[in-house]
Ligand binder design. Structure first.
Ligand code: NDP
Length: 290
């Protein structure tokens, strides 16, 4: 395999794990972080700590960023743009698709190629078999650095539009965060009856498996935007949504999440989709009423 020098800027849990993975695979690594002390374990593992962002950028053709958001990127690179020409910057920080598109233009203005990425696993799973990363931007830049980027996880390239990686990333975090909140809400429901999370969790896991099957079954209706034949009607599912909200109120727990779900059903029913399958919610989610 080709050993490629990588510069890693941003040493939170993710950046540290990525830099360690590069080193582990024999790639020379230069690091920079606002709080320099966070580089210490990596330096002990063989990384070079750059004295400034300019030095860090100068050290390698490939610059990988792992920061809280895109504002942090501008805060770090804003005074060091002269060093960027000819570099490929891969930003694995989370933000919106539009922020990614703006960044691509900003880097182009400084003579650098910009690749946007979204890492789909937490820090302990960097480099593990299930790890993958959404990328978007210039395909030749991704191809050129594919070997070293593959150290983080499988390269899942989504297209030239720089916004696509964050669009895909946020679409999956949407499923993930909503699912995690729904588990905590359901655990709180049962906690009011003295049930532990340990007892509740296997049931939640089973329900998630069922939900995964139902996602697969609902795909044709969603893609065709034709909701006649899904089985469970919008009106029936909407009544269930109302019961979850009613139960939450009775129990005195937070009602934010069941209110949001019930709003989806209410809108679809108000739009005349009560007798259609529950996937009819998709229409008012995609095109919400003004
Ligand atoms: P953080 O989101 O906490 O990012 C920390 C890094 O950003 C540190 O290097 C920090 O520097 C730097 N930083 C933040 N603000 C500034 C600023 N204004 N100027 C300079 N540096 C700044 O850590 P993570 O490693 O957890 O996450 C990195 C990115 O990866 C995030 O966008 C996150 O959403 C994403 N991600 C995280 C996952 C996770 O499980 N943690 C999973 C998948 C993606 P300093 O050390 O000096 O504070």
């Amino acid at each position: 395999t080709i050993r490629e020098h990588v510069t890693m800027i941003g040493l939170g849990p993710m950046g540290q794990a990525m830099a360690a993975a590069f080193l582990d695979k024999g790639h020379p690594v230069t690091v920079w972080n606002r709080t320099a002390s966070r580089a210490q374990p990596l330096v002990e593992a063989g990384a070079t700590l750059a004295a400034s962002p300019t030095d860090a950028i100068a050290a390698a053709k490939l610059i990988v960023l792992s920061l809280t958001d895109y504002d942090a990127m501008y805060a770090i690179l804003g005074d060091h743009t002269a060093a960027l020409a000819g570099r490929t910057v891969v930003n694995l920080s989370s933000d919106t698709p539009q922020r990614s598109r703006e960044a691509a233009e900003w880097f182009a203005g400084h003579g650098a190629r910009f690749v946007c990425g979204g890492v789909m696993v937490p820090a302990p799973l960097i480099g593990a078999e299930e790890a993958y990363v959404f990328y978007s931007g210039p395909s030749e830049a991704v191809d050129e650095h594919r070997d070293v980027l593959s150290v983080i996880g499988r390269v899942d390239y989504r297209g030239e539009d720089p916004g696509l990686a964050q669009l895909w990333y946020q679409s999956q975090l949407d499923v993930f965060l909503t699912m995690l909140s729904s588990f905590l809400h359901s655990a709180a429901m049962l906690a009011t009856a003295g049930v532990s999370a340990a007892e509740a969790a296997p049931y939640a896991t089973e329900t998630l498996r069922l939900a995964a099957d139902i996602i697969d079954m609902s795909v044709p209706a969603v893609d065709a935007d034709d909701h006649a034949d899904v089985g469970a009607s919008t009106a029936m599912m909407g009544a269930s949504a109302d019961h979850i909200l009613g139960a939450s109120r009775e129990l005195g727990i937070d009602t934010t999440l069941p209110e949001a779900v019930k709003t989806h059903y209410d809108r679809a029913i108000a739009a005349g989709h009560g007798a259609s399958g529950w996937t009819s919610l998709y229409r008012t989610i995609l095109r919400p009423p003004a």
